[in-house]
Design a protein around this ligand. Structure first.
Ligand code: ADP
Ligand code: MG
Length: 479
């Protein structure tokens, strides 16, 4: 019964060609189940874990079904955030590229006139956030009379208090003979009740049992007081060395605050939250997807649906306010069959929420003791014992040599190149090497203890990526 090959669905060769280029060799479990129902225009409610390929499960069949010559839009996809609208639009556009399917992403804070112009052309698929598409509907900039498919991504979020009125207002204007499709990794029962009003005999598709949501993700929590959190995150970064990490906070202010502290520490990081200017939001997301910085500090605007390759760590600096949010946040790692690590900070008032989350995900999250990462701390302490008194952070500063290497991302430098070159030096072990920060045109590496000078001297004649670069000692300005 299960199709193991995209060819088995009888798809157009243009679609198959796109899938081949995207290196989608086989349909994922959710795609195997969902594609046939979409091809039959059935109403469906799909619950399947984060990273399981839900987007393509609707994008492939709708691209197949779209009639190219039809002037009015045929598909409307609703998403909760602008970043997700852009991503889903791109996913659909890739799959539909050889069939020449046109998609538009329509979301707030972008010039409305520009979108109006785009909507005047033949756009087969509109991916939108609810507020802005309503705006265009009221201004009669868009004609939704021939919508055949309404897709609500992150459906539980969209049918939640914040969005439900807008979503209802949109649905009321759509043709009744459309198919309605809901997707999410979490689908509370009350949401399913709401959707029954808009759907005709919906087929429920649930892929994987409940507890597999998180099986690829190693989870842990630390008990930590609020004012110790930043210290802890530093230690975790030193010991775990995440190569790509999302740090979730509950408020914009918190994001700004953490970013300020992380910048002081010279982490390669950027913030993302709803209070930022739109261009900056998209730019930040794009740069993170391209690997141009390592730490994204974000509110829940980045929790849902956003796919970034190889996020190794998710850290909940603040425990989420809603239990579903935990599943979505940690689901930014462990995607498409990869592993990942999710660490949650739990402070005094958070214990009840932690219990709620554990009950919801149906397993206990192991607790890690802060002592378990003492090792990272001890590296410092061992090397600073013979130093004079003063603030501990002063000592650390004095014990770290920071070296600037005159080559960065533009020269395709990667942290591993620098780590490799330095750890090859005689007498240097990986633990001597601290944070490596590769920026656009230069890189920084920190060396612990007394070996700083030695490494600095060696680097004058050590090749990195086959070349010798100018190096300079820089003053350490953090703490
Ligand atoms: P979800 O919406 O279920 O959280 P996405 O739709 O964002 O997950 O897909 C996660 C990742 O898997 C994306 O990078 C997507 O390109 C990739 N992907 C989807 N389908 C396939 C497939 N059949 N083969 C390989 N990769 C796939
Ligand atoms: Mg998704």
């Amino acid at each position: 019964m299960h199709k193991m090959n995209f060819r088995d669905f009888g798809l157009d060769k243009e679609i198959l060609k796109a899938l081949e280029k995207l290196e989608y060799e086989m349909p994922t479990a959710v795609q195997q189940q969902v594609i046939p129902f979409v091809l039959e225009n059935r109403d469906i409610i799909v619950k399947s874990k984060t990273g399981s390929g839900k987007t393509a499960s609707f994008a492939i069949p709708i691209c197949e079904k779209i009639e190219l010559e039809q002037r009015n839009s045929q598909v409307l996809v609703l998403t909760p955030t602008r970043e997700l609208a852009v991503q889903v639009k791109e996913d659909i556009a890739y799959i539909g590229r050889f069939k020449k399917i046109r998609c538009a992403a329509i979301f707030g804070k972008q010039p409305i006139e520009m979108q109006k112009r785009e909507l005047r052309q033949r756009v087969h698929v509109i991916v939108a956030t609810p507020g802005r598409i309503l705006d265009h509907m009221e201004r009669k900039n868009v004609n939704l009379e021939e919508i055949k498919y309404l897709i609500i991504d992150e459906a539980d979020e969209m049918l939640n208090m914040g969005f439900i009125d807008q979503v209802e207002a949109i649905i009321k204007t759509l043709p009744l003979n459309r198919a309605t499709m809901l997707f999410s990794a979490t689908m509370p029962e009350k949401i399913e009740e709401i959707c029954n009003q808009y759907m005709i005999d919906p087929k429920r598709i649930e892929v994987d049992s409940k507890d597999s949501t998180t099986e690829k993700i190693e989870q842990a929590y630390y008990e930590v007081e609020e004012h110790r959190k930043f210290n802890l995150i530093n230690k975790i970064i030193y010991t775990e060395r995440p190569s790509r990490c999302i740090i979730f906070c509950n408020t914009r202010e918190k994001v700004e605050n953490i970013i300020r502290q992380m910048k002081n520490e010279k982490y390669s990081c950027r913030g993302l939250h709803g209070g930022m200017e739109q261009g900056e939001r998209l730019n930040t997301m794009q740069r993170f997807k391209r690997g141009q910085f390592d730490f994204l500090v974000a509110t829940d605007v980045a929790a849902r649906g956003i796919h970034i390759d190889d996020v190794t760590h998710v850290i909940n600096y603040d425990i989420p306010v809603e239990k579903e949010s935990y599943v979505h946040r940690i689901g930014r790692t462990g995607r498409a069959g990869n592993g990942g690590i999710a660490i949650t900070f739990v402070s005094q008032g958070d214990v009840e929420m932690l219990n709620d989350i554990e009950e919801y995900i149906k397993h206990e999250i192991p607790k890690r003791e802060k002592e378990a990462i003492q090792e990272g701390e001890r590296i410092f302490e061992k090397q600073i014992t013979h130093k004079a008194k003063g603030d501990r952070s002063d000592k650390i500063n004095r014990e770290i040599t920071k070296i600037r290497i005159n080559a960065g991302k533009r020269k395709k430098m990667r942290p591993g190149d620098i780590l490799g070159a330095i750890s090859n030096m005689e007498g240097i072990i990986p633990k001597d090497i601290g944070i490596i920060d590769v920026q656009d045109t230069c890189s920084y590496v920190e060396i612990f203890g007394k070996k700083g000078d030695f490494v600095y001297e060696e680097l004058q004649s050590t090749k990195i990526k086959g070349r010798i670069f100018t190096v300079k000692k820089v003053r350490f300005r953090s703490f």
